[in-house]
Design a protein around this ligand. Structure first.
Ligand code: NDP
Length: 256
């Protein structure tokens, strides 16, 4: 296989959680451009369907938009079933859905803490487990988890204790599942982005510029499409000897 052929996802099917906007949409577009058929899902079913229609017409792939709440095991099962119904297979899961609240630790209410861990950790865990049950029967698969540089640093000036701890859990769950499922030909890797312009990250807020932008070696934020190629790489045969890796893509932010 040529180098570029190793990145091809032709004939494969992926689920992207939170795939209608932000990073998830860039990941979905990247995977489809690399040849994959897709299921994209989030709690906003209408937005997921609209994005699926757009991506299908842009890329010529089969793209299905579904209602998906990753915190619900039944909803995750339905997403896997949607992939099998639409394309007859499932090869790739991108656990992208996530949530974040900015608040000092002493003020964090239980419902915010729970929402962060239920989505970022338990949701990723449940879909991974449901998908792996399918992958084992099908001969293998790949999982790409969306972690964060916040797993390794404490962001400033905003405090976000639950989010930081949740992403540390994502990174180590990535390693744990990678070790356990390697014999089943399931690879599990993660990407850890720095600041990326999405609804979650108000990168243009002047109050955040000194810490978020000026402190960073490259002195800029990323656009979602700058993170997507790494997800395509980790989903593809080009990374076939990688498992349990966490790929940091932060413009050097965590170097200081
Ligand atoms: P957005 O807030 O723009 O998108 C989050 C997506 O997740 C939405 O589509 C949302 O849809 C979906 N989502 C949230 N909760 C659930 C749920 N329970 N079930 C299914 N889908 C859900 O954020 P980003 O694009 O910025 O973030 C994507 C990922 O990247 C997250 O994991 C985030 O932590 C991570 N990340 C982001 C960085 C950044 O700077 N932007 C940096 C590092 C990591 P809906 O609400 O309709 O369910």
């Amino acid at each position: 296989m040529s180098i570029l052929q190793q990145f091809s996802l032709a004939g494969r099917t992926a689920i992207v959680t939170g795939g209608y906007r932000g990073l998830g949409l860039a990941f979905a577009r990247g995977l489809a451009e690399a040849g994959a058929d897709l299921v994209i899902g989030a709690r906003n079913e209408e937005a997921s369907r609209e994005a699926a229609t757009t991506l299908a017409s842009e890329t010529g792939r089969t793209v299905v938009g579904v209602a998906l709440d990753v915190t619900s095991r039944d909803s995750n099962r339905a997403a896997v079933a949607a992939a099998l119904d639409a394309t007859g297979r499932l090869d790739i899961v991108v656990n992208n859905a996530g949530t974040c609240f900015h608040r000092p630790a002493l003020d964090v209410p239980d419902d915010e803490w729970d929402a962060v861990f239920d989505t970022n950790v338990a949701g990723l865990w449940k879909l991974s487990q449901v998908a792996a049950q399918h992958f084992i029967g099908a001969g293998g698969g790949t999982i790409v988890n969306i972690g964060s540089m916040s797993a390794d640093i404490v962001n400033r000036p905003q405090w976000q204790p639950a989010y930081n701890a949740s992403k540390a859990a994502v990174h180590h769950l990535t390693r744990s599942l990678a070790a356990e499922w390697a014999p089943h030909n399931i690879r599990v890797n993660a990407v850890a982005p720095g600041y990326v312009k999405t609804e979650m990250a108000p990168v243009d807020d002047p109050k955040l510029k000194a810490r978020w932008i000026d402190d960073a070696p490259m002195q800029r934020y990323a656009l979602p499409e700058e993170i997507a190629p790494a997800v395509v790489f980790l989903a593809s045969d080009a990374s076939r000897f990688m498992t349990g890796s966490v790929v940091t893509i932060d413009g050097g932010y965590t170097l200081f």
